[in-house]
Design a binder for this molecule. Structure first.
Ligand code: FAD
Length: 459
């Protein structure tokens, strides 16, 4: 590849209609910030494309100038991949068009929108796409990695509802990928992260949803409540889901003060079935113990997302893993580990299954269809000096939970090295992704991500 390091941002300005932001620009510091705390990369230039042609121009410019390229939407990458020191950031946050076809129950969603923005707009039509647990997460990043959230058991991962995507490739071409056009690319985009190109818009299938019954349920944390909660979820219908955190109780006003700091089961619950069936569906969870707080009530789906906090810049050590089940002995280990540590720490458990598991493992680049539980172990770091001890606790806790599933969910990986990226794409998924990558990005221009290098050319 020929590069021209003499190319400057001034040249880029002549090629794009959107904003080009350099370090001396007043907006630079605000625009370069990503969610991951504890790092402070300074890109050489940030491009805010106004359309597909701008994205293509920025991609080609980065390649010609030999600049490292980062693609940023919501900025929530746990590895900080949405920015790059000394490189070019394609920041898609000005692409916010949303075209809803309520009759067909489909929508074109531009890449710069967040899960919260899309959910709020769709709720006005009584429609929804399942994203994750946080509204400020970008639609692009969550979708490209998979998308695990409150509606996944009912309607599949976010990727299971993608019908098409428009993509700017490494050579600057803009293509549409769907079941008929570039089907290999369409397969790879659904789980393969940012490896294939820059998606400028997705077409989604929408689901009717006139609100949910959901909110926070806090129970005392005992081995029986923790295991019972996950067992009840696994046995329930697909319309019940929850994201359950076992952690020291934060000083929230809705839990009596004597429980603050003690271990609790703090679950965010969602029943997406008929409202008049909610009580019966929720009874197995509520019946595990007298709740310390029960804020579960009928709400619009977007209200399940906590209020956006632009100042949130977490510094944590985390490890994601996949489990088969949570029984009492495993719950005992979780509680013992949490008791034995200090600082803010959490073991998060999400029940999978349902519609996620009804999609064949080779239908998309998310291969973990038979894993029934997703666990995330995290310890927050206040002072860099604490990091080694926190990392040791996280690794030790994850090892104690391990049930032999070597997989990992790509969107919950940090900067953990190539072996962990392989874990996200086991066996044939890796080989197929690498082969598709070799077709669409043979030079690995898109490598600031959980990277799958292109398969070497044969012969
Ligand atoms: C607080 C928090 C809560 C979360 N909750 C959930 C959850 O409940 N469920 C879940 O599944 N995940 C969850 N995640 C993980 C989240 O899905 C990933 O971090 C995701 O990559 C973030 O997307 P983003 O657009 O916000 O991030 P960005 O940092 O902007 O992007 C992440 C990466 O995705 C790629 N990318 C982004 N946009 C594009 C594009 N348009 N085209 C090509 N590549 C692109 C790039 O490689 C980029 O580096 C959570 C993360 C955080 C920080």
């Amino acid at each position: 590849m020929t590069t021209s390091p003499s190319l400057s941002p001034a040249d880029l300005r002549t090629r794009v209609t959107g904003r080009v932001v350099e370090p001396d620009d007043d907006a630079y510091d605000a625009l370069r910030t990503v969610v991951l705390g504890g790092t402070d990369p300074r890109p050489a230039v940030i491009v805010r494309p106004a359309d597909d042609a701008d994205v293509a121009a920025a991609v080609v410019f980065a390649r010609e100038a030999g600049l490292p390229l980062a693609v940023r939407s919501g900025g929530h990458s746990g590895a900080g991949h949405g920015t790059v020191d000394g490189g070019l950031v394609v920041d898609l946050r000005d692409l916010k068009r949303l075209d809803v076809d309520a009759d067909a129950r489909t929508a074109w969603v531009e890449a710069g929108l967040t899960a919260g923005e899309v959910s709020a707009a769709l709720a006005a039509h009584g429609l929804a796409i399942g994203f994750g647990d946080t509204g400020s997460v970008g639609v692009s990043g969550i979708t490209l990695g998979g998308g695990v959230g409150y509606l996944s058991r009912a309607h599949g991962l976010t990727i299971d509802n993608v019908l098409a995507a428009d993509v700017v490739l490494a050579d600057g071409r803009v293509v549409r990928a769907d079941a008929e056009q570039h089907p290999d690319l369409f397969w790879a985009l659904r789980g393969g992260g940012g490896n294939l190109g820059v998606v400028t818009r997705f077409r989604f299938r929408l689901h009717p949803l006139d609100g949910v019954t959901g909110g926070m349920l806090v129970l005392p944390a005992t081995p029986e409540t923790v295991a019972g909660f996950m067992t009840a979820l696994a046995a329930s219908g697909d319309q019940l889901s929850a994201i359950m955190n076992v952690m020291p109780c934060p000083p929230v006003p809705f839990v009596p003060a004597e429980h603050h700091g003690g271990l609790v089961l703090l679950a965010s619950v969602c029943w997406s079935g008929p409202a008049d069936e909610a009580d019966a569906a929720l009874a197995p969870l509520r019946g595990l113990a007298t709740p310390l707080a029960d804020l579960v009530r009928p709400v619009p789906y977007p209200e399940l997302f906590p209020p956006a906090d632009p100042e949130y810049r977490p510094t944590a050590v985390a490890r994601t893993l996949l489990l088969d089940h949570v029984d009492v002995p495993l719950a005992e280990r979780v509680l013992a580990r949490l008791q034995a540590a200090d600082g803010m720490r959490v073991v998060q458990l999400r029940a999978l299954g349902g519609a996620i598991a009804r999609v064949p493992a080779d239908a998309t680049a998310y291969a973990h269809r038979s894993s029934r539980v997703m666990a995330n172990v995290a310890a927050f770091v206040q002072d860099p000096a604490e990091r080694p001890a926190r990392a040791e606790w996280v690794a030790g806790t994850a090892a104690l939970l391990d049930q032999g599933d070597p997989g990992a969910y790509v969107n919950f990986l940090g900067d953990e090295g190539p072996e962990r990226v392989r874990a996200a794409y086991p066996g044939a998924t890796w080989d197929r992704l690498a082969a598709v990558k070799a077709v669409y990005d043979p030079g690995n221009l898109f490598r600031r991500n959980q990277n799958v290098p292109p398969a070497p050319a044969r012969g």
